[in-house]
Design a binder for this molecule. Sequence first.
Ligand code: COI
Length: 352
Amino acid sequence: MIWTPEIQAAPPRTETLSWDKIPFGRVFSRHLAVAQYAEGSWQRPRIQPMGELSLHPGTSALHYGQSLFEGLKAYQRPDGTRFAFRAEDHWKRLNRSAARLAMPEVPYDLFANMLKALLEVERDLFPPDLEHAVYIRPLYFAADRWLGVRPSETYTLLIYLTPVGPYYTGEVKAYVENEMSRAAPGGTGSVKMAGNYAAAMLSGKKAQQFGCQVSLWLDALSREYIEEFSTMNAFIVQRGPKLLTPPLDRGTILPGVTRDTILYLASHLGIPVEEREVSIYEIVEGITHGEVSEVFGTGTAATIMPIQALHYDGKLWTLPSTHPVADELSRSYRRLLAGELSPSKSEWIWLI
Ligand code: COI
């Protein structure tokens, strides 16, 4: 199969991008990469002008949620080098999500060719600095027009881009959700499927009522151990400093690529990390007694986001307003992107 996309060029962008006030996920690339799977194989992909999709009301993904996505970023260095960060790891995670949802594997060459061609035709979308990025959104869903409940036989993979700055622009407080659950062992908590986000929306509304921007999920069995924020993995900084983060082995949290990058950067900086179950009591008592000095979230969209306070059990547990560990990790992350960290982890830099 030829994985090089056929390209139908879109008209040039008419508006100028104002990078200093670009909203997350509202400005889109002029092109869309599309691949379809039918009769047991992927068809040749194409790049076409961005536009509305025409979907039959019986499209399986709309009813039964066989739909997943990824989020990764591409950057431009001051010397003009353009690259996507950890693209292969995102492709691997996309396929782990696909396997859990009984969807066909996406071949690496198909994904890579679609993405490279799209980033090439969208050269004008690259930001002027490493504070901004091209956010890449692969979206993969069941396309059968049939109301029977079974894995679809046809699928659509889309990739499009949106230029972004910070995901959160102000302070972030987290509402510790102790009534609803996000994931249970054996469920789908570790995959990036649309339904996980749908199931979290109501908690997000509750969080807003308490002045919080994100929820912090607890484990479904005991509601004692933290799992992840609604948009990010969770890290706790204990005096030392030492980092704590929930482990992946229960299969209830997303194996974040940024989480993994932070684990690497922490070891590079000599900051010890414990991947272990972290009790919410340990955290709130730690905040009270000064043992816990920072809490932060990590994710592709948010990168590294300090949390200002936790709303738990009707009380607000406020964290110190300075976050030196999160700041140091952010600086190292930036140096990694700039190619200034040694070792450079060049295998994470996917040059375009
Ligand atoms: C990402 O961080 O890329 C995500 O997919 C999270 C999303 C809620 C923006």
